[in-house]
Design a binder for this molecule. Structure first.
Ligand code: COS
Length: 385
């Protein structure tokens, strides 16, 4: 994997050490092995990532984490490296961050104490339950309700496309608790798996296999101490959490793209066509040049966003949206080029570029589609004028 980007001014010495240690770890641990199903693999991966200390990077130090706050550059470097080796390992790591992010960023100390040490140790699997059938891109349209009854809330409604549904030990659930319409009425709650009234209604099979499903809530009672932030803070909690984790989606895309690039270059250097190496043809070189440039451009945007957040910016909405949009779209093009360079082999099940081709596709959709990222960027640019 190209490591020259680590010399860019975005990084500190500790980031180099992190990548060295994680690369060694990835070579030693059988990350790509699938157990009886993806859910079992995901649990095993979370537990191993916890045992070996990697999950400490998604939690603040006061609750078992590596540093006082979440170091977005470290999270990006870990996602990039894991994605290079095994997409399910990246997924398992990423969901621990996204699923616990609202608690780290906005939870009471009691909630942090209750959940975050288990997240860091890999003893609790997390989920982020935002999307609904009629509320994917439009978060303000969430219809799941949380009605206040004394010292608890009763949740009714349903969620879908929820990563780790059925595997998670707790879910951060966004629901409408306040009378105000649109984004102002939403709140965020932590709901433990096994809470009466919450059931997993469906497991969803997708192009890049990972645990995904739907949830139903019927008079599901949660104590008011499970509320994250205040009543009505849900929309801003969701958006601020996504601001942190969207750059990391770009980083995962970067890991996939770098792997595709390496596979393509190895193949082009070995494959003979018309009595020459594939790598000697100008059309191959043009493709390789485009792939390399898109990878570096993605890395610049991803690490610009992560560095901006780490060095104190309150919001990185525009930077994170650019990083996610550009890096995921570019990775799709890079991987498609790699498939093309491998020819027939590129579409054979079991080939690395074939699985990368399936793995990259959801990243252009989840945590905000490319189209939503473009709307966010345009809004930020126009507001600055
Ligand atoms: N951080 C903090 N606050 C934010 C914010 C952010 N990143 N983005 C918006 N806000 C605030 C705004 O400042 C505004 O506050 P006020 O009410 O005080 O004015 C409020 O939230 C509403 O913002 P906005 O008007 O921009 O909201 P919209 O309803 O127009 O929606 C989009 C904005 C479309 C950008 C949002 O719904 C979105 O990101 N959708 C995609 C969701 C997604 O990623 N889904 C995938 C599921 S997760 S896997």
């Amino acid at each position: 994997m190209d490591r020259t980007f680590l010399d860019w001014p975005f990084f500190e010495k500790r980031h180099h050490a992190l990548v060295d240690q994680l690369t060694e770890w990835c070579a030693a641990v059988p990350l790509a092995v699938i157990d009886k199903d993806e859910s079992a693999s995901c649990r095993r991966l979370v537990s191993r990532l916890g045992d070996d200390g990697w999950l400490r990077h998604v939690v603040p130090a006061a609750w078992g984490g590596a540093r006082s706050g979440i170091d977005v550059r470290a999270v990006c470097l870990i996602r990039e490296t894991l994605a290079y080796h095994a997409s399910l390992a990246d997924f398992a790591f990423a969901m621990q961050g996204l699923g616990s992010g609202p608690i780290s960023l906005f939870g009471s100390n009691a909630l942090r104490e209750k959940y975050l040490p288990r997240v860091a140790a890999g003893n609790a699997v997390c989920a982020f339950a935002l999307s609904e059938l009629e509320a994917g891109s439009n978060v303000s349209a969430i219809a799941t309700v949380a009605e206040r009854r004394g010292d608890r809330y009763e949740i009714n409604g349903s969620k879908t496309w929820i990563s780790n549904a059925g595997v998670a030990d707790f879910y951060v659930v966004f629901a409408r608790s306040e009378a105000q319409p649109g984004h102002r009425g939403l709140s965020a709650f932590v709901v433990d798996a096994g809470t009466p009234g919450m059931t997993v209604t469906e497991n969803i099979q997708v192009t890049s296999p990972h645990p995904l499903g739907s949830l139903s809530f019927e008079n599901c009672a949660v104590a008011d101490s499970q509320l994250i932030g205040g009543p009505g803070d849900g929309f801003k909690i969701a958006m601020a959490t996504l601001d942190v984790f969207r750059s990391t989606v770009g980083a995962a895309a970067l890991g996939f793209a770098r792997r595709a690039m390496d596979e393509a270059c190895t193949h082009a250097g070995r494959r003979e066509v018309f009595e020459r190496k594939l790598a000697d043809f100008q059309m191959t070189r043009e493709r390789i040049a485009e792939m390399a440039t898109e990878i570096d451009a993605s890395a610049l945007l991803v690490y610009r966003s992560a560095w901006t957040k780490d060095t104190g910016a309150e919001r990185v909405t525009r930077e994170a949206a650019m990083a996610k949009y550009y890096a995921t779209e570019a990775a799709q093009r890079v991987i498609d080029s790699a498939v093309q360079l491998l020819g027939a082999r590129g579409v054979v099940r079991g080939e690395i570029v074939e699985s990368l081709y399936r793995d990259i596709r959801p990243l252009r959709i989840y945590e905000g589609t490319t189209e939503i990222q473009k709307l966010i960027i345009a809004k930020e640019v126009l507001e600055d004028k």
